[in-house]
Design a binder for this molecule. Structure first.
Ligand code: ACO
Ligand code: ZN
Length: 217
């Protein structure tokens, strides 16, 4: 690694280069007024979006020392649906997804990882019938990071993961892993799904790294 990256980090501490907000996780240039305005806008919206006050009848499907997983189903009260929509909007903004319409909206299951009073992880799952296995090596075109090679032979699958997201400041704490474990346990009543019965749709580079690791361990 060259000296340049180090310079940026040093400068960041002196408010010249990039800074990461400790509450909302946005990376921005503190010395740039435009960036600061953008940050403030994102900051309030984001913190409002992930705020979780607790519901009287929440469906807790897993509990851990550092949080719990709550399942939201399509016919739940409107405050629960609203929260899921707000979180999905933030996730889609971060992922650059635009209006992906679920295939069976009345069969979608959303799992929220809650820590203290925030939603710090989200997984959206829906029933599927088949999936195309991602082949291990990425395609030759480096610029197009989503162009993983897929097999053209469909294989039967049960559960499609259309979104998985963890709050930037909470990554690499096994939150995504615990969300997927929970989905495998709760998606179909009475059985624990095998890793080849779940499929990640259109994974990002992060998603691919996670999925590869998850499915091999
Ligand atoms: N780089 C390399 N390995 C990784 C990464 C990464 N960015 N993320 C996870 N892994 C691997 C590691 O081996 C990790 O274990 P380790 O920390 O002990 O080494 C293992 O996967 C388990 O990781 P978790 O801690 O459970 O994953 P995390 O909670 O950090 O969440 C996620 C991973 C959801 C991909 C997160 O990075 C994220 O939200 N990224 C931005 C959104 C995104 O790209 N989501 C995927 C979209 S694709 C889709 O939705 C179908
Ligand atoms: Zn912020």
């Amino acid at each position: 690694k060259g000296g340049k990256a180090q310079f940026v980090i040093d400068a960041g501490q002196k408010h010249f280069g990039t800074t990461i907000c400790k509450s909302c996780g946005m990376i921005y240039t503190a010395s740039n007024p435009e960036d600061e305005v953008q940050h403030l806008q994102h900051h309030h919206r984001f913190l409002e979006g992930i705020k979780y006050v607790g519901w009287k009848r929440e469906r807790v499907v897993a509990e851990f020392w550092d949080g719990k997983i709550v399942l939201v189903l399509p016919h739940d009260p409107s405050y629960a649906i609203k929260k899921v929509e707000d979180v999905q909007e933030l996730v889609d903004m971060e992922l650059g997804f635009h209006q992906v319409v679920p295939m069976c909206p009345n069969k979608t299951k959303t799992f929220l990882f809650i820590d203290e009073k925030r939603v710090v992880g989200c997984l959206i799952a829906e029933p599927i019938k088949q999936a195309f296995r991602v082949l291990s090596e990425p395609s030759a075109t480096k610029e197009c990071s989503r162009a993983w090679r897929c097999s053209d032979v469909p294989e039967p699958a049960i559960c499609g993961i259309s979104r998985i997201w963890v709050f930037r400041l909470k990554r690499r704490k096994r939150i995504a892993r615990r969300l997927v474990d929970t989905v495998r346990n709760c998606f179909m009543f009475g059985c624990f799904l095998n890793t080849n019965e779940i499929a990640f749709s259109d994974p990002t580079p992060d998603g691919k790294l996670f999925a590869t690791k998850y499915c091999n361990t």
